[in-house]
Design a protein around this ligand. Sequence first.
Ligand code: PMP
Length: 387
Amino acid sequence: GLPVCECNDCYRGPDCSEFVPDCVVDADSGDPMFLEPFWMKHAASSTIVVPAWHRMSYEFNDGSLISEELKNQILKLHDIIRNANTSGRHIIFGAGATQLLNAAVYALSHDDDPSEARVVASAPYYPVYKEQTELFDSEDFEFSGDTSSWKNDYDPLHSYIELVTSPNNPDGKLRKAVLQGQSVHFIHDLAYYWPHFTAIPAPADENLVLFTLSKLTGHAGSRFGWALVKDEAVYQRMLTYMSLSTYGVPRETQLRVLKLLKVVIEEGEGREIFEFGFQIMSKRWEDIHRIISMSKRFSLQDIGPQFCSFNQGVREASPAFAWLKCEKEEDMDCYNVLKASKIIGREGVMFGAESRFVRLSLVKSQDDFNLLLQRIEKMVRQESNII
Ligand code: PMP
C-alpha cells in the first residue's frame, strides 16, 4: 500500500494534499526540513542498507567508539568550508549538540576550582541552555542568566561558563564572547555556522566548539553532533561523560552520517548542498523581509550583507529564524498577537528577552514556509490595506 503520510495541521488526506483553510501554522520548531529536496535528488547515492550482523559490537575493531573514517570526513568538510580550525583538536561525537552541551558544561565545571560555575549566555539565547542546566540541577554549575548582568559584576572568585552561539539562535547574528578573565571558560555553539545560514568570515579557532548534523544536512532525527576540543584534560572529562551516559553514539548513526557526508563532500566539490541551502534560505529571508518592511506594527532583526570566505565575497543574509518584534505598546504580548492570526511562534521570554519578541522558524518545509508567509502577508494587509 501507499506509505502513510505524516501531515501537518494544514493538510489532510492520504497524501496530505488537501488544504485545511483555517489551520494553525506552526513556525515554532527549528526542524530543518528545507534540505529534504536535496536528499530526494540524491536518493540513490545517499542510501545505506545495514545487514543485521553488521556493526553489532560496542566498539570498533581498534577498541574505539568513534569511526576513524567519519572523523576524517568531518575534518575534511571543515577544511573545505573553512568554518573551523581543526589542527591540534580532539574530536568527540555526541547524540546531537544537545548531549555535547551538557558534556561540555560538565567537563568545564569539573576543573580544579571547587566553586559552583555560573553558566551564562547573552540574551536572546537558545532556551535549552537554561532548561538543560536547570534540569541537571548540579552542585557544580548553575544557570545564572544573561551574560550582560555579569559583565560589570564579574566576581573573580567564581568560575564562569559562557555559552556563545554564533550565528545566534534566535536572531542569526554572529557573536563573540563577552566575559573576560582567568576563570571564564567558553563553549562556542556553532550549530548554524554553515553557509546555508550565515556568512563565514573566518574559521572558528576557539577552545571548545560544537557542531551538529541537524543543521548541516537536516538529519535532526539521526541525533549526531561533534565537538572540537583543544584542551586535553577537558577532552578527557567529556569522554568520561560520554562513556558513562550512553557509551557513545550508535554505530548505525555513524554509518549513516558517513554516507551523508561523503555525498556532501563529493557533490559539486563540496559546494552543492551549501549553494542549495543558501539559495532557499536567502530567498525565504528576502520574502519575509519584503512583507514585514511594509508594516508599522512588526519589525525584523537587522542582518546586513557580510563578507564570506566560502562565497569569496559579500553575501546577503539567510538566517534560520525571523526574530519578530511587535512594535506597538498594545501588542506587548506578541506571541498571542500572532496566535490570534493563527501563527504559532516561540515566545521571546523563553530566550530571556521581552514578550514583544517572537521567534519564527524559517527552516521547515517549503509548504510550511509558504503558509507562514501567507498568514503574515494577511496580517500586514489588514494593518494598512496597501498591499
Ligand atoms: N544549539 C543550537 C543553537 C540549536 O539551535 C540546536 C537545535 N535547535 C542545538 C544546539 C541542538 O541541536 P541537536 O541536538 O539537534 O544537535
